[in-house]
Design a protein around this ligand. Structure first.
Ligand code: NDP
Length: 400
């Protein structure tokens, strides 16, 4: 029986809170803490009395002292960080100070530089090991399940994996001309950055949206997808044996890309501060304020997501191709937890990773990416907790 402190009360946190409550055999108690306490109270009001004791708190997760006080007060077994990537290091510092396990879904990114890398969080490895506490990095879907899929493929089907293509398809339609499915600021920073892929030990950089492919996704159909840089490429390149190339593709519709181009052209996606009526504002943060809140897309979104990985490599000298993916239906997610599938596919793995740490299965002092740990219990839990996966040993490959 464990107690979790969940930081953040946005789209993803809402799903994790629902899943912890469903899994009250493990999570006897949770505390939801975020910048806007009202959002935590709203979640509590929805889910109170269902077997899991829920409390709420206000916290500024940029402030280590506030976090330390909160953790000392709540005394959780684990902190599940579902705030923004900017808060990763302050929350890790507070976990170190209080010797509490840590888990997140996105890697640290300094607020003033649109560049995400694991280097900052990997620097905590020795400190976490010495403190005897576990940090699990990137336990969402991508990163997260994509790393678990990779560890599972490596463990069961390959002697060496040479090529990985990660395919993230969202065929959901929310009816707005332009909206993002998770935090708009983080989403737009990610897709307007240069793309890159990893090949033979080097990063090959591409212009944003330069490489386009069409893929016929199972249960969804053919979609345009674009090569992006994505954080799990960095850790998978280190952790998967025999790897020669890893690419990441995400689908985007034409309307999304046309709007994004226009917003970029007029400077609305910039993270450089400007002075507006005597006050400093960041255009991208202003844009976030006028876009639909991702949490509000749930009731309007129809269609499915399909996220998975295609592996090519060798087993006992023979070529093996293997595709493993999950299909998730936006409306089914909304009916179950009141959120669309993008939040669902992130929030469920966050609960699963936290469960495996607190029940001892993934309790390994240090800082780890998910593919460094045993994938089997996680794969089993995906089937149990709403993200069943499908295997295909004869998949259509992504064109070269
Ligand atoms: P939201 O913007 O919906 O939620 C973020 C929450 O964090 C909000 O409740 C916000 O508070 C809170 N927050 C922000 N700053 C602070 C702060 N300084 N102190 C306390 N609370 C704060 O984002 P999402 O739920 O969509 O995303 C959550 C995380 O999940 C992000 O890091 C995102 O990158 C990651 N993600 C990972 C994916 C994966 O597959 N691995 C996929 C999708 C998302 P307030 O309500 O006041 O704004």
């Amino acid at each position: 029986m464990a107690k979790a402190l969940i930081i953040g009360a946005g789209g993803v946190a809402g799903v994790t809170v629902h899943k912890c409550v469903q899994n009250s055999a493990v999570f006897e108690e949770i505390c939801i803490a975020s910048r806007t306490k009202q959002k935590c109270d709203d979640l509590k009001a929805k889910l109170d009395g269902q077997g899991c004791k829920i409390s709420t708190a206000q916290v500024n997760a940029d402030n280590v002292n506030e976090l330390v006080d909160l953790i000392n007060d709540v005394q959780p077994d684990i902190v599940i960080n579902l705030a923004l990537p900017y808060q990763d290091l302050t929350i890790m510092d507070a976990c170190l100070a209080t010797k509490t396990h840590y888990l997140d879904t996105a890697n640290y990114e300094p607020e003033d530089t649109a560049k995400f890398e694991y280097k900052w969080q990997w620097e905590y490895r020795e400190k976490f090991e010495k403190a005897g506490i576990t940090a699990i990095l990137g336990s969402g879907f991508d990163p997260g399940v994509t790393g678990v899929f990779s560890a599972y493929a490596q463990k069961h089907y390959f002697d060496e994996i040479n090529y990985i293509d990660i395919l993230d398809c969202n065929a959901g339609d929310h009816g707005y001309p332009f909206a993002t499915n998770f935090n708009p600021e983080i989403n737009i920073r990610e897709v307007s950055a240069n793309g890159s892929y990893w090949e033979n030990g080097d990063w090959i950089e591409t212009a944003p949206m330069e490489i386009k492919k069409v893929y016929d996704f199972p249960e969804v159909g053919p979609k345009d997808m674009y090569l992006l840089h994505h954080e799990e490429l960095e850790s998978l390149a280190l952790n998967i044996k025999g790897i020669k190339r890893i690419r990441f593709f995400m689908t985007f519709g034409e309307s999304y890309l046309t709007h994004l181009k226009c917003l970029e052209n007029v400077g609305m996606t910039s993270i450089e501060p400007i002075i507006y009526e005597g006050k400093e504002i960041i255009p991208l943060q202003f844009l976030k304020a006028v876009l639909p809140d991702p949490a509000s897309l749930g009731p309007r979104t129809k269609g499915k997501t399909n996220i998975g990985c295609i592996y090519r490599g060798k087993k006992e000298g023979k070529d093996v191709n293997y595709y493993v993916y999950n299909v998730c239906d936006h409306e089914a997610c909304y009916a179950e937890v009141g959120s669309q599938a993008v939040s669902y596919t992130t929030g469920v793995p966050a609960m699963i990773g936290a469960m495996l740490v607190v029940n001892g299965t993934w309790n390994k002092p240090g800082v780890h990416n998910v593919e460094e740990l045993d994938p089997d219990p996680f794969m089993e839990a995906l089937n149990t907790w709403g993200l069943p996966w499908v295997e295909d040993f004869n998949p259509t490959l992504v064109s070269e």
